[in-house]
Write a protein that binds this ligand. Sequence first.
Ligand code: FES
Ligand code: MG
Length: 570
Amino acid sequence: MKNRRSHEWFGRKDKSGFIARSWLKNQGLPNDVFDGRPVIGICNSWSELTPCNAHLRDLAEHVKKGVLEAGGIAFEFPVMSLGEALMKPTTMLFRNLASMDVEESLRGNPLDGVVILANCDKTTPACLMGAASVDIPTIVVSGGPMLNGKHQGQDIGSGTDLWKFSEDLRAQVISQAEFDETENSMSRSPGACNTMGTASTIACMVEALGLSLPGSAAIPAVDANRRRVARLSGRRIVELVEQDIKLSDILTRQAFENAIIVNAAIGGSTNFILHLLAIAGRIGVSLTLEEFDNLSQHIPLLANLKPSGNYLMEDFYYAGGVPAVVKQLIHKLHSGVIQINGHTLENNYRGSKIYNKYVIRPFNDPLQGNAGTVVLKGNLCPDGAVIKPSAATPELLNHKAKAYVFENIEQYNLEINDPELPVDKNTILVLKGAGPKGYPGMPEVGNFGLPKVILDQGIRDMIRISDGRMSGTAFGTIVLHVCPESSVGGPLAFVQTGDVIELSIETRCLTLHISDEELYHRKKNWTAVLPYFPRGYVNMYMNTVQQANLGADLDFLVGKSGYHIDREPH
Ligand code: FES
Ligand code: MG
């Protein structure tokens, strides 16, 4: 019998071994499954309340088949699921909580390896963060995107087109009836948002990190190839256990750098930054916000996908998916890294091709020359802020104008449809109180809609600045993740309507044009008004959450505790 982790449960002849085996046998397990074969957990974030993950129960069956075929035994278990479409106030408030569920479920149970089944935005990072703090062999199977939305002969994309329709409705360009009609056209199959929103971004991130089988990220949820990937992943995790290839063997510094470069080329979500920082913090790879900018500078935008471009994930898959993009970037990547299937990146992707040049462009003929997320610094964001130029209006990327300030989301909701709101198309809109502590949870309100007076002029973009996040499906000239956040006394707190703000992508600066003395004076007269939660998880979150430039993890969760447990339960 091999000296596996599960052996400490099942390989004993005493009372503890009896308990471990006997109770499991109520599921009909024969004696020989406890002969020392790899025990695989299938960590399933399935939930009917997370529509993007609702098909993961089916996918788990295919993982199980693969595990059995390879000579392992699989146990599927549920973990907290986080559905973007339903959860209030924001799933981001609970990402770290879900990660704790995953971590302790893995550590406390007799598992030699784990297959993570996740899809909707936060579910994948939460599972990976938890797994990283345990560090056993791990493979990720994402659930895949929905089929393209189809409406009146047009393709429509999750989120992205909703934000458009919603602004058109407010400007009375379309009627309520037309708006309602699109509801049945957008989400046509199981799967995650079909744009390059956060879920697809993270699926691509996981593939670029080398943690899922090559070519799997973009396979539509309902394509039989996704079941095949699940089955092959089930087989592969058994080998990973036998070869003792742990998560940290794949999640190297080089793998993180690869993921950042690929993310720039696909026009991935800004949420990518928060999640990758948090995962790096757990596994123990040092990564800073500035490196996202440094590494992705001069990486061109190759994927023509909404919200930065025109197409959807189904098109991306048919055009070659992540493999086609990686092949184009291979000279920029660490091509010698070992990926989850045991081969190098070079080996896995060197034969990949582009099958549709409208959807995926070659490196020397890109959609944009410089696509990576830009990290801003300046007296308005001493610890950084981010902007995604590929989804912005080019003319606004270097812009100086007066600010109009919303002190919180309530003031915004109250005023945004006011026909007298004193703003014009050049005004820079500022929203405070949307950071990790201020909301709390750092919601996706950074892409807050434009004032009705501006929409009525036919204008669809203005500079917006906040300490919140935006949906990965959103677009616009939007400065996000301003650090430190306003609610803890970051300079954003002191901005007043009428102040002049300057955004300069060229110099990567976000500047509040007031004197240092004035800033000091305003700071002196300022008191924090943080939301108060006397009990429960949110209380713990408020006391321990880190700022966005560190990934917004809870401070005591950074790092790992490994997989050893000394004491017995009985
Ligand atoms: Fe789940 Fe977009 S709402 S992936
Ligand atoms: Mg989202």
